[in-house]
Design a protein around this ligand. Structure first.
Ligand SMILES: [Fe+2]
Length: 98
């Protein structure tokens, strides 16, 4: 999926910070693609189009997950922050259900 975001020239070797930034943009692009594809699927009554587009959505989610894994490889300390945020959200949601 093309993006309005940009990263430096392919001839440039990224620093750790630049690589993390590029991976975050890639993650955002995957979620943007998911949003667009879900809107396409919801906008049609054509079952085949819905099926194919939702399959693509599943693939984009896998891509997002893969980029998250790569980001965790580049900056494992940041991944810990996301993990703790997920746990915090589960705790908050758990309290809301009671
Ligand atoms: Fe993708």
């Amino acid at each position: 999926m093309s993006s309005a975001h940009s990263v430096k020239s392919l001839n440039h070797k990224f620093s750790k910070t630049e690589l993390a930034r590029a991976l975050r943009l890639a993650i955002a692009d995957e979620y943007e693609a998911i949003q667009i594809y879900e809107q396409i699927a919801e906008s049609t009554e054509d079952a085949k189009i819905k099926e194919v587009v939702m399959h693509i959505v599943e693939e984009e989610q896998k891509h997002a997950d893969q980029f998250w894994d790569l980001l965790a490889r580049v900056i494992p300390e940041e991944h810990g922050i996301y993990d703790s945020a997920v746990e915090e959200n589960k705790e908050i949601i758990g309290k809301m259900k009671k």
